[in-house]
Ligand binder design. Structure first.
Ligand SMILES: [Zn+2]
Length: 221
C-alpha cells in the first residue's frame, strides 16, 4: 500500500499556501497510476496555484514493487553506499532476497524502475554502461558526465550519454554479448552484494570498482 500525506507548503516564489500530497512510499502493484506519474515526472511536479511557479519536488520516497520483488529508495543527495534494513534482515524467509537499491536523484530512480521492469540485472547494466561510456568517449573524443539505460531488445542494449561540456546527447548500443559477459562478472565479483539484504548503491562508482578489480585480479573475489 502506498503511504501519503497532505501537507501545506509555502510557495518559494509568492509565499502563498499550497496543499501538496507527499508520498513516503509508493507500491505500484496496488496503484498503477502512481507508477506512471513517477515515470512521467508528474508526481514530483510542483505548480503554485497562486502564481504558477513550477519546480520539482525533491524528497525521500521508497518505491516498493512487491510483484517484481525490488525496492528503490530515493534519498536526494544521499552519499551513503549502503543502508542496513534491520527489519527485513531478521526475516529469514526462503525467498530470494528482494533487490534493494539506494538512488540519490530522480533520473536514477526512473532508470532503475525501467531496468527492473525490463527483467534486466542492474549490476550487469551498470557494467555494460561503463564499458560503452569508455568506448563512446574514445570514439568521439569527448567526456560524458552521465549516462542512462534507454532500451533493450534481443540483440542489443542501448544507452544515452550526455557530453559533459555541450550536453549533446549520444545514443549508443552494445551487443547482448557485452551484457552477458557483464552478467558473468557481476555474478562473480558482486556475489556478496547480490546476497545482501541491505539497500545498496549500484551506480557508476560501483561499476568502476568492480571493473578495476576485474582488470587487476580477474574473476578472483
Ligand atoms: Zn506561488
Amino acid at each position: 500500500m502506498s503511504i501519503s500525506e497532505l501537507r501545506a507548503v509555502e510557495c518559494p516564489h509568492c509565499f502563498g499556501k499550497n496543499k501538496i500530497v507527499f508520498y513516503s512510499s509508493v507500491t505500484p502493484s496496488s496503484d498503477e497510476s502512481l507508477r506512471n506519474s513517477i515515470l512521467n515526472g508528474s508526481l514530483f511536479h510542483y505548480k503554485c496555484i497562486h502564481c504558477g511557479y513550477e519546480a520539482r519536488l525533491n524528497y525521500p520516497v521508497l518505491y516498493n514493487d512487491t510483484d517484481r520483488r525490488f525496492m528503490i529508495y530515493l534519498i536526494p543527495e544521499c552519499d551513503r553506499r549502503m543502508i542496513t534494513d534491520r527489519v527485513i534482515e531478521r526475516d529469514r524467509t526462503r525467498m530470494p532476497p528482494v533487490k534493494k537499491r539506494i538512488v540519490s536523484d530522480y533520473n536514477s530512480l526512473k532508470e532503475k524502475i525501467i531496468i527492473f521492469e525490463s527483467g534486466l540485472d542492474d549490476m550487469a547494466v551498470e557494467l555494460t554502461k561503463l564499458a560503452l561510456k569508455i568506448k563512446t568517449e574514445k570514439q568521439y573524443g569527448i567526456e560524458t558526465d552521465c549516462g542512462y539505460f534507454s532500451f533493450c531488445d534481443k540483440r542489443k542494449v542501448g544507452f544515452i550519454f550526455f557530453d559533459a561540456n555541450t550536453k549533446e546527447k549520444y545514443l549508443e548500443t552494445a551487443g547482448m554479448k557485452v551484457y552477458q559477459k557483464s552478467l558473468g562478472i557481476a555474478a562473480r565479483l558482486g556475489r556478496k552484494q547480490r546476497m545482501s539484504r541491505a539497500f545498496i548503491n549500484v551506480d557508476s562508482i560501483w561499476a568502476e570498482e568492480i571493473l578495476y578489480r576485474y582488470h587487476k585480479y580477474g574473476m578472483e573475489e
